[in-house]
Design a binder for this molecule. Structure first.
Ligand code: GLY
Length: 424
């Protein structure tokens, strides 16, 4: 198979590494990729936002499968365009990707299909007075969300009512998240532990990947603003067998059936962002792609040919596929730029990476890095690297990840020291 992976982050580097292990893969490309993907794939200068360019390039290069990493091209209908041109693609169509692209759509869908989630109301940006009055009525704590795509930063958890009003103002008046704030979702705050469960599905059949836990806040103890994710580990022990059965029966199956019944079957990976509450698992959010950094810990645990599974998913042939996971643990620590997620400088030299890569049971995954003309590796984004450790226990995996994270240096390196602590 000739496979093109779309995207340039840590998730895409993890996908490339996992696909490179497949005996079915002859050629692997990443567009645009990053300095990490360049080791196992050929990086191609293609703009994922330009569907015509992706379709033309894929046709010219006889690509058998396009694997789309990030949400934006999925929501914008890249899978539809590829399929119309006879090119197989892993990911949902634009209509199905609304489960992530519009929180207003996702919440209404969950309400209609009895999928457990927090109580909510949706308001148009023009209806800010009604939204404000609703906040006064519900009080805090409360969650105020931009309905559209906001890079994982559009959900604002507000402990106090004045914070909630400020969040509403940021979303609908200051337009901090652009058009994503054309609608706003106001949700009850849910108490519990968060977990991520990924179901790979061809629209009818599905397989579960090992559950994981992300650490979204920038600060230790879950403090400060939300980021794309500062670290993760898998498997997450709190998602035990009986709980996973409930997630399947109460969340995944009604969602796949509801999408199918609406003639928008969901294919690809359904990312269930869950809150494990006293009443049971509830959906915080659906995403239409692998999580980042969760992919960095989930994919290496799979004891399967990933290319085969993704190709079968795209072809609607997942019926007899099962997923085996290795009996080990993976932990990921994200190294970010000082100031992330608000503002940060880039262009700082990264050192110690080769030493870290040579440490046993460690992978260093690139996200915001760039290679200068003279070969120097520099920082080029908010989340710079994901350092992944493996072990026979979570503790060992974490020790290895942190030991490697400590030998990598760049100006402003920022990390959380409490990844996985809740599970330990
Ligand atoms: N780590 C959270 C996300 O991928 O949305």
């Amino acid at each position: 198979m000739r496979i093109l992976v779309i995207g340039s982050g840590g998730r895409e580097h993890a996908l490339v590494n996992a696909l490179a292990e497949s005996s079915r893969v002859q050629s692997l490309f990443a567009a645009p990729g990053n300095p990490g993907t360049a080791k196992n794939a050929e990086n191609v200068e293609l703009d994922a936002g330009d569907a015509d360019a992706v379709v033309d390039w894929s046709a010219q290069h006889e690509i058998d499968l396009v694997v789309i990493g990030p949400e934006r091209p999925l929501v914008d209908g890249l899978v539809d365009r590829l399929q119309e041109n006879g090119i197989a693609a892993f990911g949902p169509t634009g209509a199905a990707a609304r489960l992530e692209g519009s929180k207003a759509f996702a919440k209404a869908f969950m309400q209609e299909h009895g999928v457990p989630t927090a109580d909510f109301r949706v308001f148009d940006a023009g209806d800010v007075e009604a939204a404000s009055a609703y906040l006064d009525e519900t009080g805090a704590p409360v969650v105020v969300k931009a309905s559209g795509l906001a890079g994982g930063k559009g959900a604002i958890v507000c402990a106090m009512l004045d914070e909630a009003h400020a969040a509403l103002e940021r979303i609908v008046e200051d337009k901090d998240f652009g058009a994503a704030g054309d609608q706003v979702v106001i949700e009850s705050f849910m108490e519990g532990v968060e977990a991520s469960v990924f179901a790979v599905t061809d629209g009818e059949h599905y397989v579960l990947l090992p559950p994981s836990q992300d650490h979204k806040a920038i600060g230790e103890g879950g403090t400060g603003p939300n980021t794309g994710g500062m670290g993760a580990y898998a498997p997450a022990p709190m998602v035990n067998g009986p709980l996973l059965t409930r997630v399947c029966r109460e969340i995944i199956e009604p969602t796949l059936k509801g999408m199918s019944d609406a003639d928008t079957p969901y294919t690809g990976v359904l990312y269930c962002g869950l809150m494990l509450t006293e009443e049971g698992p509830k959906v915080v959010e659906f995403n239409c792609r692998f999580g980042d950094p969760e992919a960095q810990v989930v994919l290496p645990l799979l004891d399967v040919d990933l290319a085969d599974v993704l190709a079968r998913t795209a072809a609607g042939e997942l019926r007899n596929v099962s997923i085996r996971a290795a009996a080990r643990h993976a932990a990921c620590v994200v190294l970010a730029s000082d100031g992330y997620p608000v503002g940060y400088e880039t262009g700082f030299e990264i050192t110690g990476l080769e030493e870290a890569e040579q440490m046993p049971d460690v992978d260093v995954i690139h996200a915001g890095t760039a290679r200068q003309d003279d070969g120097t590796l520099v920082t080029a984004g908010g989340r710079v690297l994901s350092v992944v450790g493996y072990g026979t226990s979570l503790e060992q995996a974490l020790d290895r990840a942190y030991a490697a994270a400590d030998v990598i240096q760049f100006k402003g390196k920022t990390l959380r020291r409490d990844i996985g602590h809740k599970a330990l």
